[in-house]
Design a protein around this ligand. Structure first.
Ligand code: ADE
Ligand code: ZN
Length: 327
């Protein structure tokens, strides 16, 4: 019980949160009303009832429907601000938030509307909550690489407002190497690189994220344990893994938190961090992830907690001088 209250109170960095996945049903309906959008769900309860997922794709279908209510700069601002306020209550002091511009530009929303709205909320969070915020633009891997290249070009006028690019959406059948050129282009721009790999997809996708895309962190990565040589490499190179425990259970990657392989990842010396992924959909924000994980896996120690909290700062993309203030 003492450890759980320490976990809640500890300062932490969140490195894997899709801002569209922080959109709560109440805000979805408020924005739908404001924008005159008719949702395929009658009310908040009916929408919440649809949050019974069997795999990643069954979640993504609901998640993209929810994001369809975002139209104006003020909508993106409101969504991000709600997350920042909630994260600050969990003692998050630094966050690197993913956003999926193609989900919006495909509906005719301008790239500038998306980025300016998120940036406005981020600046306010820095000023009013003392929260340090960075944005990471994610490409949707179920779409083509040409679409991703056009998306990166459309975002470059806002280059100063995001620090990196990532890769998300339907993993199976869309290996990282499909995006080799767009990641090379992002690297030329001095952007940081991350990719979802080894959530539902095989260890081979983690290898190609590292070797073909040259990413600095792996999002999820839990299936690395199927390949001992890969585990050894991740440990040797100290590659951060942004693990999302509640997400993994909701998307049926593991049957329950007690069966999560996080203890094995830690035992292998991997640089594991804990994150919320899509907190409005998966039943909890960052402290819920920490607390429920530690309640379900009593073998986890205070030392493990400290290691993962420290990893969250060390694995972040802030400058080394800023890191030194935290760790
Ligand atoms: N988009 C939002 N959440 C995601 C996840 N867990 N995996 C892949 N794409 C996502
Ligand atoms: Zn994710």
């Amino acid at each position: 019980a003492h450890l759980l209250s320490l976990l809640r109170a500890a300062p932490k960095a969140e490195l894997h949160i899709h801002i569209e996945g922080s959109l709560e049903p109440e805000l979805i309906f408020e924005l739908a009303r404001r924008n005159g959008i008719v949702l395929p769900y009658a009310n908040v309860e009916a929408l919440r009832a649809a949050y019974a997922f069997t795999d990643l794709q069954s979640f993504l279908d609901v998640y993209y429907a929810g994001a369809s209510v975002l139209i104006t700069e003020a909508d993106f601002d409101a969504m991000a601000w709600a997350y920042f306020e909630r994260a600050a209550r969990d003692n998050v002091v630094h966050c690197e938030i993913f956003f999926d511009p193609q989900t919006h530009t495909a509906r005719g929303i301008d790239m500038g509307v998306v980025i300016r709205g998120l940036d406005r909320a981020a600046k306010r969070a820095e000023a009013e909550l003392g929260l340090s915020v960075r944005l990471i633009l994610c490409f949707l891997r179920h779409l083509s690489e040409d679409d991703a290249l056009a998306t990166l070009e459309a975002a470059l006028p806002y280059r100063d407002k995001f620090i990196g690019v990532g890769l998300d959406s339907s993993e199976r059948g869309h290996p990282p190497e499909k995006f080799e050129r767009v990641f090379a282009r992002a690297r030329e721009q001095g952007l940081h690189l991350v990719a979802h790999a080894g959530e539902e997809g095989p260890p081979a996708y983690i290898w190609s994220a590292l070797d073909t895309l040259r990413v600095e962190r792996i999002d999820h990565g839990v299936r690395c344990v199927e390949d001992p040589e890969l585990v050894a490499r991740l440990a040797r190179e100290r590659v951060p893994l942004t693990v999302c425990p509640l997400s993994n259970v909701k998307l049926c990657v593991f049957d329950d938190l007690g069966k999560h392989n996080l203890p094995a990842l830690l035992a292998a010396g991997l640089r594991v961090t804990i994150n919320s992924d899509d907190p409005a959909y998966f039943g909890g924000y960052l402290n819920d992830n920490f607390v429920q994980l530690f309640e379900s896996l009593p073998q986890l120690t205070a030392h493990d907690a400290y290691t993962m909290l420290r990893n969250s700062f060390e694995g972040s993309f802030v400058d080394d001088e800023d890191k030194a203030l935290w760790v």
